[in-house]
Design a protein around this ligand. Structure first.
Ligand SMILES: C[S@@+](CC[C@H](N)C(=O)[O-])C[C@H]1O[C@@H](n2cnc3c(N)ncnc32)[C@H](O)[C@@H]1O
Length: 429
């Protein structure tokens, strides 16, 4: 085992996943909902993912945005090889990845970035790699650029600390290959739970998690629970660390988490509104929801827009429908503490207007059934429908040869991964 393998699990590959939170247009949506300016992703842009796993998000985003350049670094040679292989087979010329430790990054080797993303990284590496990522972001992110970071939140995970320690110990004490040791470690946790240990009884969420772990792939469980580092954060800690390099909180890409009606109960709203700071209110939201995972976007030098500027920006945003109006009857927008139906006449008219092709918000509002809507209400409706997954913030392309080639290669490899989509990058939304 190398020194690196001791601190980061490298023997089990991270699963092949596309994360819609990594779509830069979703980040832009979160930001403009807070009234802030965003880079224009219809223009050429540079996007970097730090710690990209098997690179599916990068590959799909690169395929759907041929006018942009995508970059990535990852520690694990097999991750890099998989990503490079997929990109090469699909003939992508705008994806550039390297096997490299964050600790050895030299900013002058890379162009200035409009977006840097670290998904599934912050909680699973130690203070040194985190500091290296921050230094890189400080050096490479353009003014007005976005930094996406996701991490495990202390509020919702604190009870799991003894469980993860026990699981990791059982894994390390086990014999056999990594997958066998992991399987046996999970069985040991189930045995421990069956002893009626008071810890499990006092923390019922631990049993819920154990059940989830039993249904997960070994790669996911290894990368979530078995690294040396497993750091839980409050939003205030992350915001403070990032403020030191000039970044400000710009919103959650888990869009419903920005919505007060869905994250703050009526009896708590006075307390929430009395909290003077933005980050203080986000901290309260995490408490209200017992939040486990945050997917946040930060901005270098936030630029608040005037109401007319915002209206112009919103009118230019393009949306595509991923549901029919009828499907709205069967789904709910959910958070940890609330849910909402979005199947009123306006919601249905909105989704109906987009059935034939993606449209900008300005074009949707010109539709006779929606012409009476004011721009703010129209953006609010589009935002909620995006949170639901009925709409997505979309590119200008409905089909692209690069996307077709990625899908052909995924088919050839018979992966279970979602297929690329020219409108959004990948997955269903
Ligand atoms: C949990 S995975 C997340 C992968 C991907 N971002 C996603 O969300 O699907 C974390 C990734 O970070 C990489 N990583 C961890 N420590 C690193 C380091 N010091 N330098 C570069 N990459 C690192 C790992 O190899 C792994 O692929």
């Amino acid at each position: 085992m190398t020194q690196l393998e001791k601190v980061y699990r490298t023997e089990l590959l991270y699963p092949l996943l596309f994360h819609r939170a990594l779509n830069p247009r979703r980040m832009a949506l979160a930001l403009t909902a807070q009234g802030l300016a965003t880079p224009n992703f219809d223009e050429p842009f540079a996007y970097m993912e730090m710690g990209f796993g098997q690179g599916l998000s990068l590959v799909m985003l690169a395929a759907a945005n041929p006018h942009a350049q995508f970059y990535g670094v990852d520690l694990i040679a097999d991750h890099v090889a998989y990503t490079e292989g997929l990109a090469k087979a699909a003939g992508l010329t705008n994806l550039h990845v390297r096997q490299q430790d964050f600790l050895s990054l030299v900013p002058s080797d890379w162009p200035a970035m409009d977006v840097i993303a670290a998904h599934g990284v912050w909680s699973w590496v130690g203070p040194q790699p985190r500091a290296a990522v921050r230094q890189f972001v400080d050096a490479a992110l353009k003014p007005g650029g976005l930094f996406f970071v996701s991490y495990n939140v202390r509020t919702g995970w604190a009870a799991m600390v003894p469980f993860r320690d026990a699981l990791k110990r059982a894994f390390h004490n086990g014999i056999g290959d990594a997958e066998t040791r992991l399987k046996n470690a999970v069985v040991q946790m189930r045995t421990l739970e069956s002893t009626q240990a008071l810890y499990f009884r006092a923390n019922p969420t631990v049993s819920v998690r154990l059940k989830q772990i039993e249904g997960e792939t070994p790669g996911y469980v290894a990368h979530e629970y078995l690294n040396d580092e497993w750091c839980l954060f409050d939003v205030a800690e992350v915001a403070t660390e990032l403020a030191a390099i000039g970044l400000s909180y710009g919103g959650s890409t888990h869009l419903q988490d920005n919505v007060n009606d869905l994250t703050v109960r009526a009896e708590a709203i006075a307390l929430f509104n009395a909290e003077p700071s933005l980050i203080g209110r986000e901290t309260l939201r995490d408490v209200f929801q017992n939040k486990q995972f945050r997917r946040d976007v930060y901005v270098r030098g936030p630029r608040p827009l005037s109401a007319p500027e915002l209206a112009i920006l919103h009118a230019q945003m393009r949306f595509a429908a991923f549901m029919t109006p009828e499907q709205l009857d069967h789904v709910e927008l959910k958070t940890e503490i609330a849910s909402a139906k979005l199947n009123g006449p306006i919601h249905k008219a909105f989704v109906a207007a987009l059935q034939a092709a993606p449209l900008t918000l300005g074009e949707v509002m010109a539709h006779p059934s929606l012409a009476a809507m004011n721009p703010n209400a129209a953006f609010g409706t589009a935002f909620l429908l995006c949170a639901l997954g009925a709409l997505v913030p979309a590119t200008r392309h409905q089909a692209l040869p690069t996307v077709d080639r990625v899908n052909a290669e995924l088919d050839r490899r018979q992966t279970k991964a979602a297929r690329a989509n020219a409108l959004v990058g990948g997955g269903w939304a």
